[in-house]
Design a protein around this ligand. Structure first.
Ligand SMILES: Nc1ncnc2c1ncn2[C@@H]1O[C@H](COP(=O)(O)OP(=O)(O)OP(=O)(O)O)[C@@H](O)[C@H]1O
Ligand SMILES: [Mg+2]
Length: 362
């Protein structure tokens, strides 16, 4: 086990004790003593039993995994069991990022990733964490960069005065970079695709970000090559997953989360966007797409549901005007929700922030 005993939750301890009752073969050692269980992690009522990949490759591996699923599922307090090989983390090309990387992801398109990414970034830059943080926004949506529009910046990125690096754009106190600032308009999509694996690490390394506390990365929809390219480019400190209520959306998010879990990238939680519609004249809140998508997914994955955000016309209008609503109307309930969410994310990421150490390319 890689974690110290004292950091285990009571549920993890109970699950481990139960696993220690499963023996390998008739007189063999138990699965824990045999080293088959690499880690037991509980998040809420969901338990992930992470197996030594060597076991998974053996003939008995699947049979033992099935027994583990069954006995762990019977432990009081366990609501869902995931038995999988221990994730194999990828080693990023850049050992260090310009700031702690927070990626905003969803398996599905159009659920509000970019909108929430820029609002969270803006909130962090403007004091949501109790002090203004130095925040960069990287638009990694190669196929449909929308961050320039949402932040009201356009044009082509310039090189720095000494010509050695690319200067990020500045907007609303954020340093912003998007492939939209670099690519000639009208280039075919295939050309963009070829940029992903080589271009993304370069884009992070060659932009003169300065020292950042957080780099918020807006990912394209799906579980595309871009996600893997990002994980291969820099260490990702955490992912937040955006979902809209409704089965299809949560299924897509679940698939994406599995992909991040498989490469040992932690997911900090879920955000349900467009949860409800608030009537402008009477203030009544109506659940348009069902009630429980985010809640069900949180239960199923064991991840916290960090926020539920209603569908608000003002979010759309502010985006179209190029100013995140959290800045345009800081007192609005939406802005307060985003600020609390941003603070929570910053708290989670704080241990990984390095203070004033300037980011240097290597
Ligand atoms: N809470 C909200 N209330 C109202 N409109 C919203 C809300 N969240 C997002 N939108 C609007 O929904 C549309 C899609 O949002 P956005 O572009 O952020 O989604 P996305 O997930 O990044 O999409 P894509 O998958 O294309 O990258 C935009 O027009 C945006 O203004
Ligand atoms: Mg987007």
């Amino acid at each position: 086990m890689t974690r110290e005993q004292q950091t285990r939750t009571p549920l993890e301890t109970a699950v481990l004790a139960t696993l220690a009752g499963i023996t390998v073969g008739e007189d063999g050692p138990d699965v824990v003593s045999a080293g088959h269980v690499a880690e037991v992690v509980s998040t809420g009522g969901a338990i992930r039993v992470l197996l030594d990949p060597a076991l998974v490759a053996t003939e008995d591996g699947e049979a033992l995994a099935e027994i583990m699923r069954e006995v762990v599922g019977a432990v009081p307090g366990v609501e869902r069991v995931i038995v999988k090989p221990r994730p194999q983390s990828v080693t990023p090309i850049l050992a260090q990022a310009p700031g702690v990387v927070l990626a905003v992801h969803s398996g599905k398109g159009g659920v509000g990733k970019s909108t929430l990414a820029v609002n969270i970034a803006a909130a962090l830059a403007h004091g949501a964490a109790g002090r203004p943080l130095r925040v960069g926004v990287l638009d990694a949506d190669v196929y449909g960069p929308s961050v320039p529009l949402l932040l009201g910046v356009s044009g082509r990125a310039q090189t720095t005065a000494d010509g050695s690096r690319i200067a990020p754009m500045a907007a609303h106190g954020l340093k912003v970079m998007s492939l939209g600032f670099l690519m000639p308009e009208g280039k075919p999509l295939a050309w963009r695709g070829s940029l992903v694996s080589e271009g993304l690490p370069q884009l992070i390394a060659e932009v003169d970000w300065g020292a950042l506390d957080i780099l918020v990365v807006d990912l394209p929809p799906g579980t595309s090559d871009v996600h893997l390219a990002l994980a291969q480019a820099v260490p990702i400190a955490g992912v937040v997953a955006v979902t809209a209520p409704g089965q299809i959306s949560t299924d897509d998010v679940r698939r994406g989360l599995e992909m991040f879990a498989d490469i040992a990238v932690p997911c900090l939680g879920l955000i349900e966007n467009m949860s409800t519609f608030v009537c402008r004249s009477c203030g009544t809140e109506v659940a348009l797409f069902g009630d429980n998508g985010g809640k069900d997914l949180a239960l199923e994955t064991g991840l916290p549901l960090l926020a539920r955000i209603p569908f608000l016309r003002d979010v759309l209008t502010a985006s179209e005007a190029g100013t995140p609503l959290v800045l345009a109307e800081p007192a609005a309930p939406f802005s307060q929700t985003i600020t609390a969410l941003a603070r929570r994310l910053a708290d989670e990421l704080a241990p990984q922030m390095k203070g004033d150490t300037a980011w240097t390319q290597h």
